[in-house]
Write a protein that binds this ligand. Structure first.
Ligand SMILES: Nc1ncnc2c1ncn2[C@@H]1O[C@H](COP(=O)(O)OP(=O)(O)OP(=O)(O)O)[C@@H](O)[C@H]1O
Ligand SMILES: [Mg+2]
Length: 361
């Protein structure tokens, strides 16, 4: 799939600007503070419904204005779509797809699939498990609507169980929690199955990319760390149910649910070394890069369509070998990349020059 055109109005430092993209490689060039990240962010917002940088939508509105617009024209295998996002300082955010207002963001996610990579994504490697769960959830939600729904359901149930702990005495909690736990175990089993498959698949292609970039023998190994053991969906479900029951006392004491898919992680190692804790900056960066490339493969294998790759500020942080490998790996994928200077040995690309929130034509 591809983004054909973005039109931004009062979005961050853009007043009113139309930006056209092509198939293949698009290089967004400009000096610091020109508006490159803002442009990438706006595409992400139209794809996912929220910014990768902030939870506060109001920050997206140009200072001194009340309303920001993003219009995106996208082309998929069988048809094209228009996504409109309107952010109003007092009325909030409204998203339209092909002229029809959507009632929940779940209807938007998956329409335009994006793989977003910025220096900030290193968090996925080195920070708390929450960051890796966020990665799994965002990727899987884009690829699978049932996953997105199941995750929302699980989180709702989890909140109910946590609330119950705080509002009842222990005796009542142990007798009533079962109602939520049964449903939680059902949803969690689906989530575990999907995450396990995802990590296995992207792990395999991330490892291939890694050996190609870092050298034969330089593996990268992803290992899913589920909240329970179990092969089949039924086994997983039963194991989660049992663990939830066993943790009543502990959970009640602490005031939150200590077991479940909201506590999971995946391990990233190279030659047996845990890159989360012991990887060098370069190792962590390369791992993050190959995981993102693997994500492209994953979407393609699952849906038959390549996602749009958004690379913000990554070239400057990679060595020559990795830059070349990255650009080679993006062949056949619409890639939008930002940089202050583009000095790569590629000739076939579309350059978009940005200066002070405007396209230099
Ligand atoms: N809501 C807003 N209203 C007006 N300007 C904003 C708003 N939010 C951010 N900006 C400004 O937009 C400008 C461009 O920001 P952006 O992050 O896109 O720069 P960039 O081109 O990615 O620069 P760098 O090369 O440093 O990463 C900044 O000067 C920033 O202060
Ligand atoms: Mg930037």
């Amino acid at each position: 799939m591809k983004v054909e055109k973005a039109f931004l109005e009062n979005y961050r430092n853009y007043i009113s600007e139309e930006i056209t993209f092509r198939e293949g490689l698009n290089v967004v060039c400009g000096s610091n503070a020109a508006g490159k990240t803002n442009l990438m962010e706006s595409i992400f917002v139209a794809a996912i419904g929220r910014s990768p940088r902030t939870k506060n939508d109001k920050e997206l509105i140009r200072m001194g204005e009340n309303k920001a617009y993003i219009h995106l024209d996208i082309e998929k295998k069988f048809r094209s779509h228009r996504i409109n996002v309107e952010i109003d300082r007092s009325e909030g955010k409204v998203v339209n797809v092909d002229g029809a207002k959507i009632s929940r963001l779940g209807e938007l996610i998956g329409l335009l699939t994006v793989v977003y990579f910025s220096p900030d994504e290193l968090k996925m490697i080195k920070e708390a498990p929450q960051e890796r769960r966020r990665f799994m959830d965002l990727s899987l939600s884009q690829e699978s609507k049932p996953y997105y729904v199941m995750l929302g359901k699980y989180n709702g149930l989890l909140a109910q169980r946590n609330k119950l702990m705080k509002t009842t005495d222990f005796a009542e909690f142990t007798t009533t929690a079962f109602i939520w736990e049964k449903q939680m175990a059902e949803a969690a089993a689906d989530i575990v199955m999907k995450r396990r498959e995802f990590i296995e698949k992207i792990g395999r292609s991330a490892d291939e990319y890694h050996r190609r970039i870092a050298g034969e023998g330089e593996d990268v190994t992803l290992v899913y760390e589920p909240c329970v053991e179990g092969e089949t969906r039924e086994e997983i479900k039963q194991a989660i149910l049992l663990k939830l029951e066993e943790s009543h006392e502990k959970d009640y004491e602490l005031g939150y649910t200590t077991v479940g898919v909201h506590r999971e992680d995946f391990n990233i190692t190279s030659k047996g070394i845990d890159l989360r804790k012991f990887g060098s900056q370069g190792q962590q960066r390369t791992a993050a890069l190959v995981i993102k490339l693997a994500e492209i493969e994953y979407y393609y294998a699952e849906s038959g369509e390549k996602p749009v790759l958004l690379l913000d500020d990554v070239l400057s942080e990679l060595d020559k070998k990795r830059r070349t490998a990255l650009l080679e790996a993006t062949a056949g994928t619409q890639t939008i990349i930002t940089c202050t200077e583009f000095n790569e040995k590629v000739t076939d690309y579309h350059e978009i020059k940005i200066r002070g929130g405007s396209v230099v034509r």
